[in-house]
Design a protein around this ligand. Sequence first.
Ligand code: SF4
Ligand code: SF4
Length: 184
Amino acid sequence: MGTVNVKVLERHQKTFWEKSYIPEISRGLGVTVKQFFKNLSPNKEKRDTFTIQYPEAGTDHYAERFRGQHRLMKREDGQVRCVACMCCSTICPANCIHIEAAEHDDPSIEKYPKVFVIDELRCIVCGLCVEACPCDAIRMDTGTHMAPRTDRTTAFHQRDDLLKKGGISIATRAGQKALASKSS
Ligand code: SF4
Ligand code: SF4
């Protein structure tokens, strides 16, 4: 049997101050206190905070695909694009879209939504309604997030309010390339 070379390492013996942890705790607290006062600075540029007081406050830096509040798009003549097909309300997992269809005077359109209400408090912002819509009639690209509210009735967004946020869409159906205008 060969001999085994064992290297004996000398253990680092902690000093009294190291064992007490007082210097390290003080150093850590120093960093915390420094950041605390830095982030209280009235000059926002000097702060290191990257959080926002959501949902009370918003931000200008929404991602391009951010799903904000809904809007209903219009035809070129200003009429609502929605044809009350119920695809969005059927797919909505929160069951928060209520549509009442009515017959359109134009037989090529057939139906339009006499009533179109979204309960934004129940909405889970999944975007499935937008995906399901065959007419580019509903979008969530407003860049506006839902503000907190104390009155529940203000969460019901009616058709005409949704239309006010919407712009003209000239998207074409049947899988053709959508040429849709975007309005804020
Ligand atoms: S985003 Fe989702 S939950 Fe909200 S209305 Fe559309 S389908 Fe319903
Ligand atoms: S918004 Fe689109 S999916 Fe929903 S009812 Fe109107 S046309 Fe159909």
